[in-house]
Design a protein around this ligand. Structure first.
Ligand SMILES: Cc1cc2nc3c(=O)[nH]c(=O)nc-3n(C[C@H](O)[C@H](O)[C@H](O)COP(=O)(O)OP(=O)(O)OC[C@H]3O[C@@H](n4cnc5c(N)ncnc54)[C@H](O)[C@@H]3O)c2cc1C
Length: 396
């Protein structure tokens, strides 16, 4: 639906690349050391460039493929089948969101110094908004401040869940610059902070259900102590932080949802393969059990419904803008994350004890994708947005 011929031609090329080059690295990079695999992953990035597949989301003039949001979404599904897929093609979160944001709102200076190397895949970035002391689902309440002192901002604050900060070259930090603004949505700004700044400190990688990860595959707790950056590091205007955050999140939810659908596809494939090969008695496989068949059928239907919902939402964003797609964006966020949980859980159950070991990717997804129902707005917030909008339209 809505997908162009160009994307339909690209999808199998990405699939073949994943199969041949990326999937063989998975076990080592995911359950071993991600950092130790960086040279191999960089070599794959170079190969992706050679094959004209690198950075599919970027305009052609910036080294990308110039795809529409719908077309990129369909490719994102294929890339999502591997936890390394988006990384190799340089369209992984949080870099992709930062690229989109900086492309639209950063000054030529910031674009040259930070965005271009990010687009070329030479550096990584992160996004520091959430604070342990405040409810991230209502981020207007934050303690991090950026106080102007001459030509500099002095930033002080404590953040966590700054994904992929370990090994990143810069962060975009959300900090209060205009505390007395009447409108609470006009108090914060986004500021670029290079992470070799002496006022920045990574406290730790936060263990996620026992796995603290490293590099791109991690979430950090960080702090800014009298961290000084030039005022030229402001993105957009002072007080525009929340407006920019909304711009960053609209397409971002499409990216996440399609990645989740890719995970579901792979988990469903694994579920089917295991059900076929696992014999309860000689000649009697798990696949012959009706409960297992129900799980396969329910998963397939939910994946298909998810895909249609997400592509339709991407289409509305493209044609009418993110504001017009507000209900749809909330719908896909909670619907697809719930499908993701169910499909991964069913796949684990079909694998029995094997499903909870690190011998398959299922345990990695079970651990690390549980966050899908929490980040980019907890599901409950999105359900509330949708319900209120429906009720409002009923009340006239
Ligand atoms: C894997 C992962 C990666 C992340 N990456 C980043 C990142 O790169 N940068 C960054 O800044 N942040 C990041 N975050 C943080 C994320 O944005 C926050 O976790 C999220 O906004 C929720 O905030 P919180 O954790 O403080 O939960 P809280 O705000 O304390 O909410 C707790 C729970 O309360 C319920 N709730 C909240 N509001 C409502 C409501 N209105 N109605 C009903 N129930 C409600 C929900 O069930 C919610 O899960 C990440 C989080 C995760 C899990």
């Amino acid at each position: 639906m809505f997908v162009s011929d160009k994307a339909l031609e690209l999808v199998p090329r990405y699939g073949a690349f994943l199969e041949k080059h990326i999937i063989p690295l998975e076990q080592g990079a995911i359950y071993g050391s991600f950092r130790a695999h960086l040279p191999a992953l960089q070599a794959l990035r170079a190969k992706a460039k050679e094959e004209g597949l690198f950075a599919p989301h970027l305009p052609v003039s910036h080294g990308g493929l110039g795809l529409s949001l719908v077309d990129f979404a369909s490719i994102s599904e294929v890339l999502g089948t591997s936890p390394l897929g988006h990384y190799v093609f340089n369209c992984n979160a949080p870099d992709i969101g930062n690229m989109e944001l900086m492309h639209q709102f950063a000054s030529p200076y910031l674009q040259e110094k930070y965005l271009r190397p990010l687009e070329r895949g030479e550096i990584r970035s992160c996004f520091a908004m959430t604070e342990p002391e405040h409810a991230g689902s209502n981020p207007v309440h934050m303690s991090t401040t950026a106080v102007r002192d001459g030509d500099e901002y002095v930033i002080n604050g404590h953040k966590w869940f700054t994904s992929s900060a370990d090994g990143a070259s810069f962060t975009i930090v959300m900090a209060v610059t205009n505390p007395s603004a009447e409108n609470k949505y006009e108090r914060a700004s986004m500021i670029v902070v290079p992470l070799d700044n002496p006022g920045y400190r990574m406290i730790r990688n936060i263990p996620i259900m026992g796995d603290e990860g490293e590099d791109y595959l991690s979430h950090s707790e960080v702090e800014f102590v009298n961290c000084r950056v030039p005022v030229s590091h402001l993105i957009g205007t002072e007080g525009s932080g929340f407006t920019l955050a909304q711009v960053r999140l609209g397409p971002g939810r499409i990216h996440h949802c399609m990645r989740w659908i890719g995970i579901c596809e792979r988990a469903l494939g694994m579920m089917c393969d295991r059900a076929i090969e696992r014999e309860l008695n000689p000649g009697h496989s798990l696949a012959m059990q009706q409960t297992i068949q129900n799980w396969i059928a329910e998963s397939a239907a939910e994946i298909k419904a998810s895909r249609l919902l997400v592509l339709n939402t991407a289409h509305i964003i493209e044609k009418k803008g993110a504001k017009a797609a507000k209900e749809d964006i909330s719908t896909i966020k909670f619907y697809v994350s719930d499908v993701l949980m169910k499909v991964i859980d069913r796949a684990i159950q079909v694998h029995g004890g094997l499903g909870i070991t690190d011998d398959t990717l299922l345990s990695f997804w079970y651990r690390h994708e549980r966050g899908a129902r929490i980040y980019d707005g907890p599901d409950e917030v999105h359900k509330s947005v949708l319900a209120k909008s429906i009720l409002k339209s009923r009340m006239g």
